[in-house]
Structure formats: C-alpha cells, structure tokens
Design a protein around this ligand. Sequence first.
Ligand code: NAP
Ligand code: BGC
Ligand code: ZN
Length: 353
Amino acid sequence: MKAIAVRRGEESPALIEKPTPEPADGEALVRTLRVGVDGTDYEVISGNHGGYPEGEDHIVLGHEAVGVVEDPNGTGLEAGDVVVPTVRRRPNGSNEYFARGEPDMAPEGYYHERGIDGEHGFMAEYFTSPAEHLVHCPPELADLGFLVEPASITEKAVEHARASRSAFEWSPESLFVLGNGSLGLLTLAMLDESFDRTYCLGRRDRPDPTLDILDELGVTYVDSRQTPVDEVAEAYEGMDFVFEATGYAKHAFQTIHALAPNGVGALLGVPNDWTFEMDGGALHREFVLHNKALVGSVNSNVRHFERAVESVAALPEWFTDDLVTGVYGLDDYEQAFVDDDTTIKTAVEFGTR
Ligand code: NAP
Ligand code: BGC
Ligand code: ZN
C-alpha cells in the first residue's frame, strides 16, 4: 500500500510503499479516507517535535484521520462503519492512564502518538487500530471527519478550563483566541455562540482568507503588531477566556494580563526553547490578586472525540468550505504540505466511501 512518510535525515514528506497491515486480536483494519495536516505535522517533518518508531528509518505521518472499517476482525465494529482514530497508544503494555481511558493525561514515556511520536500515523491506504481507540462518525460526516481530532483538542481544553472555574459561579462573556491558524479558527467557530464577544489575534494584513472568516463569524480581529496580548485589556476589555493557539511562548505569560478578573487561559501551543525577560512580580501579583488561572492542555481522549463529532456536525457549511482550502489525492499530495497565506486547512484523500 502507499503511505506518506518522512525518512530519517530528510525534511520533506515522501510517498512510499509499505505492506498492508494485518489486524492483531482486538484490532480492526481500517481503509483510510482522509487525513488532515496541522502545525504539529510541520514540526514533525522538520524534526522539532516527536520521534521515529523504534528501529524504523521513517515515520508515517498523519494524526487527524477518518476511515471506513474494512475488516472488523471480531471487534464488534461492522464493515463499512465510518470511524475516527484517537492519537495516543500504549507504548509497551498498559498503564493506569490507558486503563482508565485517559491516555491524554499520561506523562512522557507512558504513550506513543501515532504520526507524531514513536508510532506510525494514519497517512496510508490502510491502518489498524484497537477498537477502543476508534470513535464512530456518522457516514454523512465522513468528508469532514478529519476535523474531529483537532475539534477534540478544543473540547478537552475547554473542559479543563471550565473545571478550573467550577468552584464559583463563572459566566464568561468574552473569548480571545490567540492564533488565526486552523486550530484557532476551528475553536472560534465551535465556541462563538457561547460568548457575547469574541476576539482573535493574528499578525496579517488584509486581504487574507483567515481574516475574511473572522469577519463572517463576527469576531473582532486583534493585530499583535499593533496591540500586543498584554495590552488587550486596556485596548478592548479584560477577557474571561483566552485560548492560546499560536505556539508563541510570550503569549503564555502575556495572557495573564489579557485576562479579566476570575478569567482562565488555556495554553495549547508547543513552542521551542526561547529565553526572554518578563516582569515576574507583576505576573505573580496579577495572577493572585484577581483569581486568574492558566491551564495547559494536550491531546484528547474518546470522550472528547465523541463530543467533537457533535461539534463538527454543527459547524456551518460556509465555514468548513472556507476553512478547508484543499483536499489532495496521492497524485498531488505535496500540495497538502504547502503552507502559505492562502492555505488554512488541507487534507490528503486516500480513498472515498
Ligand atoms: P498554525 O496553523 O501554525 O497556527 C498558528 C497561528 O498563530 C498562525 O496563523 C500564526 O500566524 C499565528 N501566530 C503565531 N505567532 C503569532 C504572533 N506573535 N502574533 C499573532 N499571531 C501569531 O498551527 P495550528 O495547527 O493552528 O496549531 C496552533 C498551535 O497549537 C501550534 O503551536 C500547535 O503545535 C499547537 N497544537 C497543540 C495541540 C495540543 O494538543 N496542545 C493540538 C494541536 C495543535 P501566521 O500564519 O500569520 O504566521
Ligand atoms: C495533536 C495531539 C498531540 C499534540 C502533541 C497535536 O497536534 O493533535 O493529539 O497530543 O499535537 O504532540
Ligand atoms: Zn494535531
């Protein structure tokens, strides 16, 4: 079968041939439909994040997949079921996090991430997976099923942010998403109806397709070149909820100043090392005196995927049409990895239902 992989020593994806995998006991064989590309894939390709499976000279890319069950192999799934795989897998044998269905909370060393760290991903004509890591997707959502994984990332982050505010009556009105990439835009579309006022940080000039989406959603664009994150509260208002999806390390700390009293910031970005100066006293004081919270959030589990299926199904059609700027077959799969200002979300199509 054909697969898209990055080989050791290389920094671009290649189309390779691999044997079609055989499902082990408890696993189903899935025929891949579409696999999305996000910022993490670029980090894996450039070698800045993740790692190769042990003893292998390549890693098959892709962690945002949707497919159709080809061989249920006695798992209870049915041939033809449309499914979305979760990302984390047991590294060697089980551990408590997997045992209780919370692999997203496992510390390093207790998981592999398919297509990212230690295990091949889903960018292949077929993949196998334990049935417990496959989530049903309504067949009519199959074309957009590759958005379920990124939407599940938002579901988890929102759950953790809300949990941090659960000790008191918290009724957030303002949302500030940092980053107009695919995760930021998807998050705005998922959450905008729950907030009275929504804002999004970017660093682009108009005309720009991501800014057109913000306009259509009724989101106020904040240009970080004019209004840094730590000046947003004065320029606009203190934000009840900040969702960081830039991967720009200063934003983690500037978020404390952007928050309204009792607000919470969810940090999603995965930056490289960067040393800079900040007024730690002001941050510490602001944090304490205004009951603010920051939560880091990574990955997601089956519960978040189940909720994400609902969220993706509820997205307006104009939004997904504008967000997904290209779906490419294996003949021009390289196009899915072109990251310019006209590209928002892309996917590779391996087959159709
Ligand atoms: P992406 O497409 O690279 O989006 C990042 C966006 O942030 C880009 O649009 C970029 O603008 C904008 N940005 C970066 N620095 C900025 C600055 N200083 N001011 C204003 N805008 C800035 O990535 P993505 O796929 O949406 O993911 C977003 C982040 O979340 C990444 O760091 C990714 O690694 C992380 N992530 C984490 C998880 C998790 O589980 N925690 C899951 C998925 C993704 P330009 O395009 O104009 O440069
Ligand atoms: C993926 C997550 C993963 C994270 C860190 C994200 O792009 O969507 O599932 O845990 O990267 O590797
Ligand atoms: Zn991702």
